[in-house]
Design a protein around this ligand. Structure first.
Ligand code: PLP
Length: 401
């Protein structure tokens, strides 16, 4: 373990030892508590990124820490050769609070989406024939980095260099109902949608669009998959973001927040769909391990406690209001988008510069699509901490004009 190194030392050694796949900010975080994180030089930041919507309960939440300590002393891993009690417990909790009847656990969002598309293809072929394998997804979406999930990701920049891509994928624009109607047909196995696009710029699907998606899937016996990897698990103030609409999917994928910082992924499905997977059809070595499952149970228990999600909604409204005020004060034309603690504000070309300046002033936010700030604070963030973040943002806006 590297201890007592400065940020500069960590970065220079990292540049030698690590593959050059990320455009990293020049900081190395070494400690966190609640909404706060500290870097290797002991500088403190308000974390409104939370590892991209992962540290849902903040850093070092006492219940998560206690669960990890307890489970580490009992059993970390057994493989899915054996039944895993914590897996059953987490699946039961998820089922009791959702549309789903069955769950499969894996390690990440990309894996969950890969598995969801495999399940959809199996289901379609078994029930309707070999012609039915196409996946319709949305432009500007993000579903992961495996070959199939990057193909489903409707952003050409993620495809470049990996061609030939798997066959059977097409794309429509978010909220374009006519395009959706012409894209879905009897060859469609699945329609894959993020109810709120995260990486694409915090773009919510309209209720009308989701309803049309449901209607078309029913008409053509296609499966509706909601990718709630980023917007799910309490982020919007409901346990799952589609619960704000009246629309229910056949399959839903989760990851990120469910593990509160520990690697996790989940595919949830109705019984009718899940039965398409038989022994040997899908699997994972580490997915559903006792540690991740124990933490998942703790995260859900905290979120399902009386008043937790209501508190998220109330404090998220407070944050949105503050952002609206800053946007109005500095003449930002766009409105704040998103729901709950997943908010975006498009400010234009200066966004990366503002993100950098916020970081220098002790606030971590990030930028999607080069022009949009994304705010993903922990769901536990307090109003005083929101005030501190807004004050930094206000200051930076006033400096940068
Ligand atoms: N789906 C969505 C909506 C995401 O935002 C992400 C990651 O940001 C993924 C899938 C991929 O998840 P992971 O990075 O855990 O593979």
């Amino acid at each position: 373990m590297l201890e007592n190194l400065s940020t500069d030392e960590i970065i220079s050694r990292g540049k030698v030892a690590l593959m050059n796949t990320y455009n990293q900010f020049p900081i190395a975080l070494t400690k966190g508590e609640g909404v706060w994180v500290w870097d290797a030089d002991c500088k403190r930041y308000l974390d409104f990124v939370t590892g991209i919507a992962v540290n849902s309960l903040g850093h070092s939440h006492p219940k998560v820490v206690e669960t990890i300590r307890r489970q580490a002393g009992e059993l970390l891993h057994t493989s899915n050769l054996y039944w895993i009690p914590n897996q059953v417990a987490l699946a039961e909790l998820l089922i009791a609070n959702s549309f789903a009847d069955k769950v499969f656990f894996c390690n990440s969002g990309g894996e969950a989406n890969e598995g969801a598309m495999k399940l959809a293809r199996k289901y379609a072929k078994k029930n309707y024939g070999t012609h039915k394998y196409e996946v319709v997804s949305l432009t500007n979406s993000f579903h992961g980095r495996t070959l199939a999930t990057l193909t489903a990701t409707g952003q050409p920049k993620y495809h470049k260099g990996y061609e030939p891509l798997p066959a059977g994928f097409s794309y429509v624009a978010l909220n374009d109902i006519e395009a959706l109607q012409s894209a879905v047909n009897e060859n469609t196995a699945a329609l894959l949608i993020e109810p709120i696009q995260g990486e694409g710029g915090v773009n919510p699907a309209t209720e009308e669009f989701l309803q049309k998606a449901r209607e078309l899937c029913d008409r053509y016996h296609a499966l509706l998959i909601f990718d709630e990897v980023q917007c799910g698990v309490g982020r919007t103030g409901k346990l799952f973001s589609h619960q704000w609409s009246g629309v229910t999917p056949d399959i839903m994928t989760l990851a990120k927040a469910l593990g509160g910082g520990v690697s996790i992924g989940a595919i949830m499905a109705t019984a009718k769909v899940a039965v398409a997977f038989e022994p040997g059809d899908h699997g994972t070595t580490l997915g559903g391990n006792p540690l991740a499952m124990a933490v998942g149970c703790t995260v859900l228990e905290v979120m399902l406690a009386d008043g937790f999600l209501e508190g998220v909604v109330e404090r998220a409204e407070y944050l949105r209001h503050g952002l609206d005020q800053i946007a109005a004060k500095y003449g930002v034309e766009e409105k704040v988008r998103g729901q709950g603690m997943m908010l975006g504000l498009t400010v234009g070309e200066k966004a990366p510069q503002i993100v950098d300046e916020c970081r220098k002033n002790g606030l971590l936010i990030n930028c999607v699509g080069g022009k949009t700030f994304r705010f993903l604070p922990p769901l536990t963030v307090e109003k005083v901490e929101i005030d501190e973040a807004l004050a930094i943002l206000d200051d930076v806006f006033s400096k940068l004009g």
